[in-house]
Ligand binder design. Structure first.
Ligand SMILES: *Cc1c(COP(=O)(O)O)cnc(C)c1O
Length: 231
């Protein structure tokens, strides 16, 4: 694990150096879905500081068992509205907010625990019917509505591009997200941040960094292959 983590960190550094970015501007989210508490502990002891989880129930158990570690937990999976009350208690950043309904529920639940919940808006850049994410055409309206919600703080955008093995095929989706971010940046409400771009996974994170990623979500390259089917 130590070796794999070091190799991932070296690759992040090289990708950032290669395009003139500060490597510190790219944060590594170690995606620990399906991994046992012991594996996650191992990753933390090897130096991981942000964990990404996809399922509320699974994350709850891990977070409670590993609560003595000063790490940050991010939610990166699809979030059902009825799980919002758990999500606000567990996660520092929720990457996958894609509807006003979900945002309103998160705002309500965060309010109950006196928290300002940081979120990203997940965008469906490929416009694929099967994937979640807000449609590009709805993004500005969504941000206009979410901006004023007092217990939410928008920090940027996230995508899960269509799966390709070739990073060069994914690059247009990454650059499209960055361009979209740059376009709307000037017109978002004052309390909405557009600095974060969550994009890039094991197969394509270097390309994502070249296109401006600030949060890369990496599972397999750190933990090895998952036993259950990837999603
Ligand atoms: C599983 C997952 C990842 C990590 O994928 P790897 O290919 O294992 O690096 C990243 N983002 C999301 C949303 C995921 O569900």
């Amino acid at each position: 694990m130590k070796k794999r983590l070091k190799s991932v960190k070296d690759r992040i550094q090289r990708a950032a150096d290669g395009c003139g970015r500060d490597p510190e501007s790219v944060r590594l989210v170690a995606v620990s879905k399906t991994m046992s508490v012991d594996r996650v502990r191992e990753a933390i002891e090897a130096g991981v500081t942000i964990l990404g989880e996809n399922y509320i129930q699974e994350a709850r158990e891990k977070i409670s068992e590993l609560s003595s570690y000063p790490v940050s937990w991010h939610f990166i999976g699809h979030l059902q509205t009825n799980k919002a009350k758990y999500a606000v208690k567990l996660f520092d950043l929720i990457h996958s907010v894609d509807s006003l309904r979900l945002a309103r529920e998160l705002n309500k639940q965060a309010g109950k625990i006196d928290k300002v919940q940081e979120i990203l808006i997940q965008v469906n850049i490929g416009e694929e019917a099967s994937k979640s994410g807000a449609a590009v055409k709805d993004l500005q309206d969504l941000i206009k509505e979410v901006g004023p919600l007092e217990n939410l703080s928008v920090r940027g955008l996230m995508i899960i591009p269509p799966f390709y093995n070739a990073p060069e095929k994914v690059r247009p989706f990454f650059s499209a997200l960055r361009e979209l971010r740059d376009q709307i940046r000037e017109s978002v409400p004052p309390n909405v941040g557009m600095d974060e771009l969550s994009m890039g996974m094991t197969g394509d994170f270097e390309t994502a960094i070249e296109e401006g990623a600030t949060l890369v979500r990496i599972g397999t390259a750190i933990f090895g292959k998952r036993k259950t089917p990837a999603d």
